[in-house]
Design a protein around this ligand. Sequence first.
Ligand code: ZN
Length: 261
Amino acid sequence: MGIIGRTIKWTLNAIPRTALQRVAGWAVPALGLLYMGKGRECPICGSKRRKFLPYGYGPVREDALCPRCLSLERHRLLWHYLVHSPEQERFKSLPTILHIAPEVCLMKQFKRMYASKPQNYITADLESPLADMHFDVQQIPMDDQSVDIVICNHLLEHVESDHKALKEIYRIMRHGGMGVMLAPIDYSREKTFEDDTITDPKQRAEVFGQYDHRRIYGRDYLERLRAAGFEAEEIDYAATFTEQQRTLYSFGCDKLYIVRK
Ligand SMILES: [Zn+2]
């Protein structure tokens, strides 16, 4: 790992996330100047670089973070899917989106997409000042069947009861709606591992891989999504590209998890 990778890993682990979000907006693009060149292209913001920046809390991944929009591999993969797959048809009429724990890189694109109907793109978070609504996903203060699309990535592994959260998302979704529910998954595990007795952040980091995770999803993740009532599908979207394209966009190997009601 190079000096930049080591510095990023140290920074992520040593500095609180709220402070990081404040400086990332200018510090990361400044770092990106070191990576000017060709070879990588971000499908979200269109920036071209020699490489993406290294990133990661535990093991640092090379070629991960876009220095311009701060997207990671999974964000680029998901955005490409949403705007290029047949799913893109859904967005043409600007249906109501609820984006929970919104990723800034995706939020910016959705706000642009929804410029003529901004009230139909709603962001929500437990506390982020960037979000329109603030709530716990286990108790969503919205009416039954009031949104068409829910985007909720890398959140369920942090929530006390993911089943409760999924039931709530199911309740507020209209029939015919869809949801994007990406999560980190350990494919070597048959069953999801969770242990509520582990509450110490240090111990959680050791057991679950991150200080604020409560479980490690296994190959039963789809079943857990279906248990809330959804139809659920795992899509290996990255596999539909050539190796050259996967390198160009640095898509990583995450799979997309799409639910439908
Ligand atoms: Zn970008």
